[in-house]
Design a protein around this ligand. Sequence first.
Ligand SMILES: [Zn+2]
Ligand SMILES: [Zn+2]
Length: 340
Amino acid sequence: MNKGVRLSEKWFNRALWMVAIIFAWFLTGLGKSIIGDLPRVETDYTTEHFVSHTQVDPLRTELKGLARQRQTLADQLEQANLQLIIRQKDYQAARTTFDNWVKTRDTTDEVDDLVSRTRTLDMLKKLERDAERSIEDIQQQQTDISQHETQLLAQVDTLEDAARQQLDDAYEAQETRVFLYRLLVTLPLLALAAWLFAKKRQSQYWPFVWGFIIFALMAFFVELVPYLPDYGGYVRYTVGIVFTVVGGKYAITALQNYLEQQKLAESQPEFQRREELGYDTALARLAKNVCPGCERNVDLKNEQSDFCTHCGICLHNYCNACQSRKSAFAKFCHKCGTAA
Ligand SMILES: [Zn+2]
Ligand SMILES: [Zn+2]
């Protein structure tokens, strides 16, 4: 990142920052899709994966059989009820006939006739009782079946409960694995970003480097958040702390190095220091009213001050050709154009 002072260079730099941000944006979109799709490498479990089929399958088959039996019995019961109604009506009709006959009969009538009529009535009553009994029989069978069903369902429930417990455990394990996959994807990105920051941020391809760094930070600290398991916060904050400590240490070392270099530079001969300062760097610092050598404030407007009062570097000198006072960092005299 060359901090040029030329106008176009400034605009190019801004455009390159845009490139960095757009690059980061696209990478983030891609990363988001990849991170979101990671659970697809895992199977979708259901309780059926864990239930003991050797135990539960015979129970389920039996339950199906019972359901069929229950349906058959319901049909039979309906038939038996109809049958009972018919028998009751038959008896009622016979009874009415018999009662009428008794009221109107002559005492001279045969006793045999009475006996035979009573026997018919008894038979009809017996048929009615039989119909009632077959209904009771069906109801008894229904009760037996429903009790048996309740028992079987309880057994199936027990087995399925155990399977659900296993399913929960499997889900938890799966959540952990998926989180680890995501870490395995995002952590190396972060490491690569750190390496790029340390080694490549000054390279001519810096917009891509910065784009990638922004992307890696987004991926780890933003994209990963919705997928964090309950302990995921520890991982996130721990990595954050490690990064801050490493970054802070890096900044402190950089400051120490800068101060040392500055001290070394200030101890060097004046012309050599001016040589080592880049032309654009010197101009940028002068534009901010600071000494190009030591970066402390200087009064450049003062006609009397030709040297920095802090480090002694020459700020103004005189043209060899026309003797005009000019900036010591200018490459040409502003008055006569002679090369400095
Ligand atoms: Zn100075
Ligand atoms: Zn001149």
